[in-house]
Unconditional design. Structure first.
Length: 349
């Protein structure tokens, strides 16, 4: 059996676990609607770190990595619309298309997907040389697209989805809480559209300065500044019209509910399985505010993200901090992520 190098997750005795670089069996097509993809680039996601720390579930002995691109190397006999040599990007979240939520147009809430189908979390993913996936999870890329840049498409599709839900208007003051990789990618999408001002709220100075570089008008550090006072000063005591909580812990949610304007939209994007928060319902009713969750994205969001990368409307070079070989995933990639001194780290086999 031919072997390949892969980053494999192993569950611990309690929560979380460990990831090891191992020689594993090369995958092959066993179903007629599946495709063999040679991985060319795979991004490191904050979810990968959460898995190791016990903050996100994953299957034991699974190859991690869910933000990946590659080239088609083999196709099942029923696959008619892809050819060997095509460039593709994976939507790692396999949806059924038939459940109640899919039929309602809420494919990001697919009941089949919720049972645990995501490639790179519950099924083998992109921290490897090859991966086999259903045709339905792959989007064909234009020939001119750089596959390293295209590793941004999956997280970018989530940012596009978030922006669409926020219904951002030209007259809006917008605040993003959290300037981690996803907060900065969301900022990049929002900055493509005319708005009144964009405010970044972040406890890490490096990330806050990076937010300014990418287009934020102001950076507020909650550890050294009074967030509510600063927001009211910047908005003439109105508050912000759109708040993206890209962190998702109790403190950031409650912070958001202290700085929102009448009629504001609060988009909960960051995810913490154990977070709880208190809110007065009348603060929503009396001022006609909205709270919405934003979870992954739809096929249309993926197509929009592909266009943003293909057209270079999103500058991938500003978002990719470092490209490393898969062999350096553990000693370099994860350490950079933990140090909070990067936007996106991309691995190549």
């Amino acid at each position: 059996m031919v072997k390949m190098l892969a980053a494999v997750f192993h569950k611990g005795d309690k929560q979380g676990g460990d990831i090891k670089l191992e020689e594993v069996d090369h995958p092959y097509i066993t179903k007629s609607d599946h495709v063999l993809v040679e991985i060319k680039a795979c991004g490191i996601c904050g979810t990968d770190l959460k898995i190791l720390e016990g903050g996100h579930p994953a299957n034991d002995n699974t190859i991690l990595g869910h933000e990946f691109t590659g080239i088609v190397r083999d196709i099942g006999e029923s696959v008619q619309d892809l050819d060997i040599g095509d460039k593709v990007v994976a939507d790692p979240n396999e949806k059924c298309g038939y459940c109640t939520n899919c039929r309602k147009g809420l494919s990001s809430l697919c009941e089949y997907m919720a049972s645990g189908t995501t490639f790179g979390i519950f099924q083998d993913g992109g921290f490897a040389k090859f991966c086999v996936l259903p045709r339905s999870t792959l989007f064909k890329l234009p020939e001119n697209v750089d596959l390293t840049a295209a590793a941004l498409i999956e997280p970018l599709s989530c940012a596009v989805h978030c922006h669409n839900l926020a219904d951002v208007k030209e007259s809006d003051n917008v605040a993003i809480i959290g300037a981690g990789p996803m907060g900065l990618i969301i900022e990049s999408v929002i900055r493509m559209h005319p708005i009144k001002r964009l405010i970044c709220i972040e406890i890490d100075d490096w990330r806050g300065k990076k937010a300014i570089e990418l287009g934020a008008d102001y950076f507020i550090n909650p550890e050294t500044q009074d967030v509510k006072n600063e927001i009211m000063r910047l908005t003439n005591d109105q508050g912000v019209d759109v708040i993206i909580d890209a962190v998702g812990i109790s403190q950031t949610f409650e912070m958001a509910t202290k700085i929102w304007a009448p009629g504001a939209r609060l988009i909960c994007f960051g995810q913490d399985y154990n977070a709880e928060a208190r809110i007065k319902p009348n603060d929503i009713v009396r001022y006609q505010r909205k709270i919405l969750g934003s979870y992954i994205g739809y096929a249309a969001d993926f197509l929009d993200a592909i266009e943003l990368i293909a057209s270079k409307k999103i500058d991938a070079d500003k978002l990719i901090t470092k490209v490393i070989p898969l062999e350096d995933l553990l000693k370099t990639g994860f350490n950079l992520m933990k140090a909070r001194k990067c936007v996106k780290i991309i691995t190549t086999p």
